[in-house]
Design a protein around this ligand. Structure first.
Ligand code: ZN
Length: 185
């Protein structure tokens, strides 16, 4: 039986967007609404997939191991929030200035890989990100997409534009309570 999953972008959803690469634990600040959001999502999902572009690896700003250390640290810090879920992290270490790949969003290799590896049903899954490039691969796979943005973005890849994780929570609670188990889009 395929499962619905909650797909999250990292910077801007799990941790605060700083506008630059984050690999140091001290610079990675958890989104204050994350815990409340994930607590509400426990009713609907048992699996979380975080997919993030980490082009700083290709630029030699930090290593793959440093990215993994940070993700392990975030898992510890957000333990209460992540605890009920099976959580999988995927990152693209490449950057177009250094070389091409198929895993950097908006490409969808990590989406495909996670869906097949973890038995996920994309049509009952949700993606939350703060850039249109997070929405494109998710929509291509058939997910329902929520873009967190200060201004409303009209884009064919965006199902709904919201201003915060709390607004995403209110919307999803209503929508999933009504539609749970059925195709969202
Ligand atoms: Zn890549």
């Amino acid at each position: 039986m395929l499962r619905p999953a909650l797909f999250l972008d990292r910077d801007g959803v799990v941790i605060k967007e700083t506008g630059s690469y984050v690999w140091q634990k001290s610079k990675a600040i958890l989104e204050p609404d994350l815990q409340r959001f994930l607590f509400a999502m426990q009713n609907f999902f048992s699996i979380i997939v975080v997919i993030t572009n980490q082009g700083g690896v290709a630029k030699h700003l930090y290593s793959k191991r440093q990215v993994e250390y940070l993700h392990e640290d975030l898992m510890e810090r957000a333990e209460v929030a992540f605890h009920p879920f099976e959580v999988h992290w995927y990152f693209c270490p490449h950057h177009p200035s250094v070389g091409a790949c198929f895993c950097r969003k908006p490409d969808n290799l990590h989406f495909q890989r996670s869906i097949y590896t973890h038995g996920i049903d994309p049509h009952t899954s949700v993606m939350i990100g703060d850039q249109v490039r997070d929405m494109i691969p998710a929509r291509r796979m058939g997910m329902y997409t929520l873009l967190i943005s200060e201004s409303k973005i009209d884009d064919p890849s965006v199902n709904l534009s919201v201003t915060s994780l709390s607004e995403a929570q209110i919307h999803l609670q209503q929508r999933l309570a009504f539609d749970f188990g059925s195709q969202l889009t």
